[in-house]
Design a protein around this ligand. Structure first.
Ligand code: C5P
Length: 213
């Protein structure tokens, strides 16, 4: 796909789900893959809208960045921009659950004693919500991080979330997934094609991936 003047929405980084005003649930996502994709799309002359959870890496140049914290905030921001988008790349590691009740202030251990139970409720699935309502001319890319039966689980995700492409990271494999500068992925397309890419620096991989849209 020629990305020139296309509107590209990218989610990146983790979300954080507050337990109280000083504690949260999150994950080890650094945002590197999503930020690399944002920079690559920008260099291909796309208009890039990057919706980012809290990360500590520099913002890409010439990209509109929307900073959010929770999955709900990311959901709301994605939905407020969706109509004008041509391409969605959902690379954020969205927390699947959030605390059902948020305590204001700081929870006191003296109050709860030796055991504190935190009840969690499901967050909205942002990728699925876009897949359910997208137009035929909107291209939807999701990520999958699977440790068991990766190809079949990723294929299921492709169908269930109505994606055009799933980028599969395999967990527990060297040079794949969270944190590092390198990544190893497979691209699974809606038409059944699978492309196995070699291990690459995330910045180079981003260009390779966008070639396949
Ligand atoms: O179902 P799973 O979390 O493994 O799917 C991963 C894909 O779904 C990623 O593209 C991720 O950004 C997206 N996702 C989302 N909202 C969620 C959970 C996952 O957009 N609540």
């Amino acid at each position: 796909m020629d990305l020139r003047n296309k509107n590209v929405l990218i989610t990146a980084g983790p979300t954080i789900e507050k337990i109280d005003d000083v504690r949260f649930i999150s994950n080890f996502s650094t945002g590197k893959m999503g930020y690399a994709l944002a920079q690559a799309a920008e260099q291909e002359a796309a208009n890039v809208f990057l919706i980012s959870g809290p990360v500590s890496i520099p913002k890409p140049n010439n990209v509109k960045v929307f900073e959010v914290e929770s999955a709900q905030e990311m959901f709301d921001q994605v939905h407020s921009l969706k109509e004008d988008m041509d391409l969605f790349i959902m690379s954020a590691a969205v927390s699947d659950y959030r605390p059902k009740n948020k305590h204001s202030g700081k929870i006191k251990k003296e109050y709860f004693g030796d055991n504190l139970t935190i009840e969690l409720e499901k967050n909205p699935d942002i990728l699925k919500s876009i897949g359910e309502n997208k137009r035929d001319n909107q291209f939807l890319v999701g990520f999958a991080l699977e440790s068991q039966d990766p190809i079949n689980n990723a294929k299921r995700k492709l169908i269930n979330k109505n994606c055009d492409l799933i980028i599969l990271n395999t967990a527990n494999t060297k040079d794949s997934g969270f944190g590092g500068d390198y990544n190893t992925v497979k691209l699974l397309f809606k038409n059944g094609n699978i492309i196995d890419l070699p291990t690459m620096k995330k910045s180079d991989l981003a260009f390779e991936i966008i070639e396949h849209f």
